[in-house]
Design a protein around this ligand. Structure first.
Ligand SMILES: [Zn+2]
Length: 452
């Protein structure tokens, strides 16, 4: 189909010991299942802080649980209660340790209430007329630290009545609190990865369009501040309907939420949250100048399926979120702009990988042991990850490859995944073992040499 010259250097493929082929991915067990967060928060533009409380519902999966830990970075904790009863707590090394007066019972549901204030230096951005949370949730709210454990989220956000808010999921009510303030109540029923919890708040205008049965909205600052208006937004985001159709078809299931919002904020920003994403005004201006620069619109939308719904179980499999989405953006651009655009994206990924390797930063894209977030090699997870999907597509052929991706996506909708899940789905559809391919490119550090 698209091949001009493709040279694959398969250095170690033939030398993989049989013993490694039988290994499987590891997910460390957790003694707690976190089920639901319900936050009542009020941000302050003036002090660049947020204050309030969060109810955290959880179920101990181990007998006699005595302590739980959350990130206390940027936060002061005022009180901790368990089912209404005050508990002992201490902050040490930026960690909040809650020590239960009585050990907890296995499989019983509990709710912890934390009263706190956060002044996050990261994780929240404040401007004169808008603010938003952005990766990472733990910086502005006490949350658990297990990517594998999704939870539902509810947010009652107190703010000035003239501001517009966006939270995860659905807006269920806006209550008047006093002459100046209201409380906007957002509800995300479907469990989501914790890092996708968030909100945006500001003097936003709203533009909404209906695509099939989905409401797609754009929150944007007025033209005098953002340089954007209804017309230019319609122009910049004109391909969203086409993108939706493309990703729904590739995933085999519809956009997981009834609505989706692009919150267009100051600067250069591209960050997914569940049911919305933050995109920077400056990126919107680049796409208005050059329609080929629409990667961020597709990238963040694609995360609604791959990342938010189908989530890597730990950071060892981060490429299943980012490498796959980077590849799918390339595939989408192929559909929209043709072969040249696809090759260009793959070449760009190749250049990024080559640069990383030249700097001595070669690494596998996935690991069988569990790595920490700080150990992620982004060039490998994003760009080599995208190249691996490109090579797999070439190896299996279009029909089998897209069927395999659909099988993987449908099978794991709403779940956490590791690389084994992806591999098994492709093996099933292709009716062939892919051990050598995965050992070489994914768990191994072989570097593809592609020139398109
Ligand atoms: Zn991404």
């Amino acid at each position: 189909m698209r091949n001009k010259l493709i040279r694959w250097v398969l250095g170690i493929g033939a030398l993989i010991p049989v013993s490694t082929l039988a290994m499987s991915d590891y997910i460390s067990p957790s003694p707690i299942d976190y089920t639901h967060y319900h936050a009542k928060l009020e941000p302050s533009f003036q002090s660049k802080s947020v204050a309030g409380s969060v109810n955290i519902s959880f179920v101990p999966k181990t007998a006699k649980l005595q302590t739980v830990t959350f990130s206390a970075k940027y936060k002061s904790i005022r009180s901790v209660k368990l089912d209404g009863k005050p508990q002992n707590f201490a902050i040490q090394d930026e960690q909040l340790n809650v020590n239960f007066i009585d050990p907890l019972r296995i499989n019983k549901s509990y709710t912890l209430t934390l009263d706190y204030q956060a002044k996050p230096e990261r994780g929240m951005k404040f401007y004169d007329d808008h603010l938003f949370t952005v990766y990472h949730t733990k910086n502005w709210m006490p949350v658990h630290n297990n990517l594998n454990d999704k939870a539902s989220f509810e947010l009652e956000l107190t703010h000035h009545k003239d501001l517009t808010s966006k939270g995860n999921g659905k807006l269920v009510s806006v209550k008047t609190l006093d002459a100046q303030r209201v409380s906007s109540h957002w509800q995300q029923h479907q469990p989501a990865p914790i890092y996708t919890f968030g909100f945006a708040l500001g003097q936003f205008e709203t533009l909404t369009e209906s695509i099939n049965d989905k409401a797609i909205s754009y929150l944007y600052r007025q033209e005098s501040s953002s340089g954007l208006n209804k017309q230019s937004l319609q122009n910049a985001f004109k391909d969203v309907a086409h993108m939706l159709e493309f990703f729904e078809q590739k995933a085999g299931f519809a956009l997981p939420q009834p609505a989706y919002t692009y919150a267009i904020v100051e600067g250069y920003m591209a960050q997914e949250a569940t049911s919305y994403s933050l995109v920077g005004e400056q990126f919107v201006h680049t796409v208005l100048k050059d329609k080929n620069e629409n990667w961020f619109i597709a990238h963040e939308l694609a995360h609604e399926w791959w990342g938010n719904s189908i989530t890597c179980a730990n950071f060892s499999h981060f490429w299943l979120n980012e490498g796959l989405v980077q590849f799918l953006v390339a595939a989408y651009k192929q559909e929209l702009f043709g072969e040249h655009a696809y090759n260009q994206e793959i070449n760009l990924a190749m250049q990024r990988v080559t640069r990383a390797v030249d700097k001595g930063k070669n690494a596998p894209v996935a690991f069988r042991h569990q790595i920490e977030e700080s150990q992620i090699n982004r060039s490998m997870a994003y760009s080599k990850g995208a190249l691996i999907f490109y090579m797999l597509r070439n190896q299996l052929g279009d029909k089998t490859f897209w069927q395999g991706l659909k099988q993987y996506s449908v099978q794991h909708q709403g779940q956490s995944v590791t690389t084994d899940d992806l591999k098994h789905a492709f093996e099933q559809v292709a009716d062939q073992k892919l051990d050598v391919f995965f050992e070489t490119w994914v768990y191994g550090d072989a570097i593809p040499q592609l020139s398109l």
